[in-house]
Write a new protein. Structure first.
Length: 337
């Protein structure tokens, strides 16, 4: 087994409102990602996916604040580091982040090479224009992008090329961990395929040592990642190998997610669509006990009173539910009859 390149221990981060209310968007989340592996993170909007991604960089902007826990990248604990040290030695070099709607982050009046100059000089102020250009050219060619893109403005690029360019700029310094937050959600199918191929190639070549891929689409993660982690209301509710998470979800929420979308994968095409009732809870005052209980079809009285720890089962799976695995499987099997 490879060593973890990213290890998160009981990470808790919160938003503080202008009324000084604490909203815990990431609540005691733990995870590991081994070198050479990718982890998908799925869940509804507002479940804490993007907040987790921002938190993992160790660089906090109000109203987001660190509360507790540890973030360890390649054996180095970055929690508690001075923000300036994080910006100089961690961001872009140890961990890179591709935000949602990243294509809109590029200034349309500047050439692509100017964005790369900003990134490189933030870490190496003495780098010359020629050195930066040669680095950018080599990186772009390695990632399958023509060098002439460097001299273009963002408005001259198609949506797919713009997204691939954003990814290339983000990884220009060769970070160990790449966090991609819905990098293909605004693209057509052909462009999505090119972006995903680019991410896969970076992983397979070892250019990126580990990747977190965030989306609300479980089937997409099946084709991109090794493991899938499902979040709900700021908490981890299930983690499993990608094939198990998609074809054999265990937690009732994971089961509901898969049942509420159209899936082209063989073996899942014929399932009936069934929406998850209700809405996610308000994290100002989350439900006691299981946070999914108000929407769960299998809720029991104890679900709303008892704390729910993660259960570990075989095949490297964990899930957060009071109902034992064997009993859940009996329930699911009965429903299919």
């Amino acid at each position: 087994m490879s060593r973890p390149i990213l290890e998160v221990r009981e990470l808790t981060t919160k938003y503080i409102t202008r009324f000084q209310e604490d909203i815990y968007a990431v609540d005691h989340v733990s995870l590991t990602v081994e070198e050479g592996k990718s982890l998908g993170i799925a869940g509804e909007s507002g479940c804490g996916k993007s907040t987790l991604a921002l938190s993992l960089m160790g660089y906090y902007f109000p109203p987001l604040h660190y509360s507790s826990g540890e973030i360890i990248i390649d054996g180095r604990n970055i929690t508690g580091m001075d923000p300036d040290d994080v910006r100089r030695s961690i961001l872009g070099k140890e961990v890179a982040y591709i935000p949602q709607a990243a294509m809109n982050a590029l200034n349309p009046t500047q050439k692509v090479i100017s964005f790369i100059e900003d990134v490189v000089r933030a870490h190496n102020p003495k780098a010359s224009k020629q050195e930066i250009y040669e680095l950018a050219r080599d990186r772009f060619e390695m990632l399958g992008l023509p060098a002439e893109v460097l001299q273009k403005h963002p408005v001259e690029l198609s949506g797919g090329m713009k997204q691939r360019t954003v990814i290339a700029v983000s990884v220009i310094l060769g970070p160990k961990v790449l966090i991609a937050d819905e990098p293909s959600s605004a693209l057509d199918v052909t462009s999505q395929k090119m972006v995903i191929k680019m991410l896969r190639d970076m992983m397979e070549s070892g250019f990126i040592k580990a990747m977190l891929f965030i989306t609300h689409e479980l089937p997409l993660l099946y084709n991109v990642t090794d493991d899938i982690m499902v979040m709900y209301a700021g908490q981890l509710v299930e983690r499993a190998p990608a094939e198990k998470a998609v074809f054999d979800p265990l937690h009732p929420y994971s089961k509901g997610l898969m049942g509420s979308i159209i899936v082209p994968e063989e073996g899942l095409r014929e399932h009936k669509l069934a929406a998850i009732p209700g809405t996610p809870p308000n994290l100002k005052n989350p439900p006691k006990g299981c946070r999914f209980a108000p929407r769960c079809r299998y809720v029991r009285p104890e679900c709303t009173t008892l704390s729910v720890p993660l259960r570990r089962v075989e095949d490297e799976r964990t899930y957060r539910c009071i109902i034992p695995e064997a009993e859940l499987r009996e329930i699911y099997a009965h429903e299919q009859q």
